[in-house]
Design a protein around this ligand. Structure first.
Ligand SMILES: [Zn+2]
Ligand SMILES: [Zn+2]
Length: 944
């Protein structure tokens, strides 16, 4: 038995009672008789083999649930996903952007993964040693918040009450329970990634890489500890990266506050939206160009009610157009003020605690919450006459992306990566072409970000994550940054040592993902073979936070760019173009879509609906048309398989074409479809090379639907049912050959349906996933025959149009008269039989000049020929006569009704003008139509 057939085996419950074998045998014969009687049924042919049935053809309807999960398991078990580290083959590597362990597969992932899988499957078929490396991210803050919530609701404890060690134990338990969910969901989508190499950002190897990276940067002087303004979430109790702060417009107020002059003068009015930070003021800044304040520069003003004198400075930062043009400077609570402070060497007093309460600098407001203080303080300023006015304003406010609390810019001692030196090689890599962005325009964004880069705050006041490998001697305060936990202090020898409490920013470990997952810092065989990787596929929204960081980290540690290409895609938006979000409730769950339409339809819609870098709109009608496409392919394949087999399901003889298809006795239609296929192979491969996946997918669609299903199958039907055995064999051979190549071309986009159909086709020794991608073959380029065929098809199409216009049934026999140009005459004449068969013609008459055109015809023009069909052939005069009579009486009735309405003075006088004129218009129209119908009737009556 052929391998392809055995793959379709399914064991069904034994229907034959074992106690009564003779009944079983009788039952078998009944089945046989039933099958033989039902001649149209080889598609449903079942052979009973001792209780097993072997399916010989696809099931009657396309139902992805029947095979998607089964095929995925078969692929995985076969080892097809596994990177073999084959020294004979060129590697092709993609690392999967690691989804958060807290995550659920959403449409963005579905798009991202589809594109990666299309590339991986395509390269695998092209003979590359492919590795698509999967994994997940520990997602420091997101996971910590989830675990803390769980502990709070289930045990009524805070994480502090539980303690660090116990909390981490719970976090790991949580990861084991929920962390694998998203990778399970990837399987549903068909991701052909190497699960044997699955990684986690906090596994042993990644931990080691993180420590090595930190220590090396520290040793190079690129990591330092320093005071900086950071984004602080008072509720979560941690610093946040810029990426973790979301900005939202909020109704707020500007408070105009007078700082009286120390000399007793009027002083300066300053506008601020955060008056509670006034206790941390250290100066007032004005723009040196601002003539209003010329005389104030160098003088002092008094902080109202506080009584402290502060200087007025000249600095380019204040914008004379904004507020009063004068700005209060609070270096500890504002990033811009912090920079001004550095320029003028100012002190950095803080007045707000980390839990957002006021400290002793706030005097009588100490201990109050920041907003409570704002209220009391501005009321007091008002009473004392320092509050000049307030103004309602809409201000973009930074919020913690986890808990939505207002982010407080705070001065804090944190760990930083010095960026200037690291950014340079990353800029050069793009400029030298070591790193290419697809589409190219994203390079600008990448470069802009690197040129503007600020030092990267990498410490987080959390527990779940990589703990910073910095150790402090409790006796002499010595700081040690080491790969291993030191036992004694290198300076004083004390054993009283404590590790830094903070963990690293989540991006610190994901920055190493392309090489930490391959074994770095060790020189592993995987690292040698698969690194640098080929392409990173990601959404444009994380170029800044992730792509850039991977590039500079890799350049600093390995000396190479981690990938040669960044393929940037857009976001999946809803049907109206809005971002899918939880709060809008407009998200679409990919798993529900897969359940309803199958993974293939979803994948095809996502992959063909994009152009690189642009957003895609999710529309159900597009999804439906993708499923219709799958249906069409399924039904056509079922037809083909049915025609390849005899009644017992054995494959009938086929032409031996492998030694040179061109030598077979091919008909024009065979040569045409081979040429079309061949051209498509070249174009699609070229599109894929350029990352134009959508275009490639659309071309496969066109080839399968328009050329193969709509034309080729129709063209060969007569031959399959004919008497010429040799020709039948050729037709069968070409049907299968083209179908197989099309399945190969479609496989990266729709892996499941193509693999399932493949398993029913003859002569396949391997699964489709590992079979070969077709290559262009000049021997299959039949230009002349192809041109002739297209000419015939054009003419057939035009005759079909004429039929439709004349409402003539497809079964109605017609005669055609064709006037071809001198150049096209040969091609047109060669197609005579195709025209007769597919346009249902009894006669094709070729004429040489316009004088020979018969009277009363409908005509059409194609490139190189004019086609005329006599009206007498097209029209069924009897039926037309009936139709026109019916139309005539309908129109007469309508005219009568409208006329009586318009002759009724009650209506004409009372109804609004517009209604009356609309009725009049209707009457005019009906009258004109009646005239035309009567004219036509006069002609038709003569023909009867
Ligand atoms: Zn928060
Ligand atoms: Zn010490």
């Amino acid at each position: 038995m052929r391998a392809a057939q055995t793959r379709g085996i399914k064991v069904v419950p034994r229907m034959i009672p074992s106690l009564c074998k003779c009944i079983g045998i009788f039952y078998y014969y009944l089945q046989e008789i039933e099958l033989r009687r039902n001649k149209s049924g080889p598609a449903k042919l079942l052979l009973l083999l001792g209780g097993e049935t072997v399916e010989k053809n696809l099931s009657k309807t396309y139902d992805p649930k029947q095979f998607e999960t089964r095929l995925y398991e078969q692929w995985e078990k076969s080892g097809a996903f596994h990177g073999k580290r084959d020294p004979e083959k060129t590697p092709f590597t993609i690392v999967m952007p690691p989804p958060n362990i807290t995550g659920q597969l959403h449409m963005g992932h579905a798009l991202d993964h589809t594109l990666q899988d299309v590339l991986t499957r395509w390269k695998r078929m092209q003979g590359f040693d492919t590795l698509w490396l999967p994994g997940s991210d520990h997602a420091s803050i997101a996971t910590e918040v989830k675990v803390a919530d769980k502990i709070r609701t289930e045990e009524g404890k805070t994480k502090e009450e539980l303690g660090r060690d116990e909390f981490l134990k719970r976090a790991w338990e949580w990861k084991e329970t929920y962390g694998g969910k998203i990778t399970e969901q990837c399987r549903k989508l068909g991701d052909s990634c190497d699960w044997e190499r699955e990684r986690f950002t906090m596994d042993e190897g990644c931990n080691k890489a993180v420590v090595e990276f930190f220590v090396r940067l520290y040793e190079q002087g690129l990591i330092y500890k320093g005071n900086r303004i950071i984004n602080w979430c008072p509720s979560c109790g941690t610093s946040l990266s810029d990426a973790e702060v979301e900005h939202d417009d909020k109704n707020s107020k500007y408070y105009y506050i007078r700082y009286p002059g120390a000399d007793g003068g009027q002083g300066i009015v300053v506008a601020t939206s955060r008056p509670e930070t006034i206790f941390g003021d250290i100066a007032i800044a004005v723009n040196p160009e601002d003539s209003r304040y010329e005389n104030m520069i160098g003088k002092e003003v008094i902080i109202p009610l506080v009584g402290k004198a502060i200087p007025v400075l000249a600095d380019p930062y204040p914008d004379p157009e904004k507020g009063t043009g004068a700005v209060k400077i609070t270096p500890a609570h504002d990033p811009n003020d912090f920079e001004v402070g550095l320029r003028h060497d100012l002190e950095q007093p803080s007045c707000i605690n980390l839990d957002a309460t006021m400290n002793s600098l706030a005097g009588k407001y100490e201990g109050m919450d920041r907003y409570e203080c704002r209220k009391a303080w501005t009321a007091d300023l008002d009473v004392a006459g320092y509050l000049v006015k307030t103004e309602d304003m809409v201000i973009p406010l930074g919020e913690c992306y986890r808990c939505r609390d207002a982010v407080e810019p705070m001065l804090s001692e944190q760990w930083f990566v010095r960026m200037e030196e690291l950014a340079k090689p990353a800029i050069e890599a793009a400029e030298k072409g070591d790193l290419t962005h697809v589409p190219e325009r994203f390079e600008k964004i990448y470069l802009h970000w690197l040129e503007e880069i600020r030092d990267w705050c990498i410490s987080r006041q959390l527990w779940w994550g990589h703990r910073i490998p910095a150790y402090y001697c409790q006796d002499c305060d010595e700081l040690m940054v080491t790969r291993e936990t030191p036992e004694t202090c290198t300076k004083c020898g004390s054993g009283n040592i404590k590790q830094d409490e903070d963990v690293l920013d989540t991006w610190f470990s994901s920055a190493l993902w392309p090489f930490s997952t391959l074994g770095w810092p060790e020189k592993t065989p995987d690292m040698e073979h698969y690194f640098p990787t080929n392409v990173l596929v990601t959404g444009y929204d994380i170029i800044f936070f992730w792509v850039v960081r991977m590039v500079f980290s890799s350049l600093a540690m390995t000396g190479e760019s981690p990938f040669s290409h960044v393929y940037v895609h857009g976001l999946v938006r809803d049907g109206e173009g809005r971002k899918m979000s939880k709060s809008l409730g407009n998200g679409v769950d990919p798993l529900e879509i897969i359940d309803q339409y199958g993974a293939d339809a979803l994948r095809f819609m996502l992959a063909t609906g994009i152009s690189p870098g642009s957003d895609i709109r999710f529309k159900i009608d597009r999804l439906e048309s993708c499923r219709n496409f799958a249906n069409k392919l399924w039904n056509a394949s079922r037809f083909v398989i049915m025609n390849l087999q005899d009644e017992d399901g054995n494959f009938r003889p086929m032409a031996e074409g492998e030694k040179g298809i061109g030598n077979l006795a091919l008909k024009d239609e065979d040569k045409w479809i081979l040429t079309k296929l061949n051209e498509a192979v070249a174009e699609i491969t070229g599109n894929m090379d350029n990352y134009d996946l959508a275009l490639a997918g659309q071309k496969v669609h066109e080839l399968i639907w328009n050329e193969y299903c709509d034309w080729y199958i129709e063209l060969v039907k007569a031959r399959l049912y004919g008497e010429d055995e040799a020709d039948k064999q050729v037709a069968r051979f070409i049907l299968v050959k083209v179908l197989k190549d099309m399945l190969t071309l479609l496989h990266p986009f729709m892996p499941f349906i193509t693999e399932e159909i493949w398993s029913f086709l003859p002569g396949n020794k391997e699964m489709l996933i590992v079979s070969q991608w077709p290559v262009y073959d000049e021997a299959l380029n039949f230009q002349g025959e192809s041109r002739r065929m297209e000419m015939a098809m054009e003419i057939i199409r035009s005759i079909r149009n004429i039929r439709a216009e004349a409402e003539a049934a497809p079964s109605r026999k017609l005669r055609a008269v064709i006037l071809a140009s001198e150049k096209a005459a040969g091609d047109v004449a060669a197609g005579e039989n195709y025209l007769k068969n597919l346009a249902n013609l009894t006669e094709v008459r070729f004429i040489e000049n316009k004088e020979q055109i018969p009277e009363e015809v409908m005509s059409a023009v194609v490139d190189g020929a004019e086609i005329f069909i006599p009206l007498d052939d097209l029209l069924d005069y009897k039926a037309e006569h009936q139709r026109l009579e019916k139309e005539k009486s309908r129109l007469q009735g309508e005219i009568a009704k409208l006329s009586s309405k318009l002759n009724n003075p009650g209506f004409v006088e009372k109804a609004p003008e517009a209604v009356v004129s609309a009725e009049r218009e209707k009457l005019d129209k009906a009258e004109t139509m009646l005239e035309k119908v009567e004219e036509r009737l006069a002609i038709v009556v003569k023909k009867l």
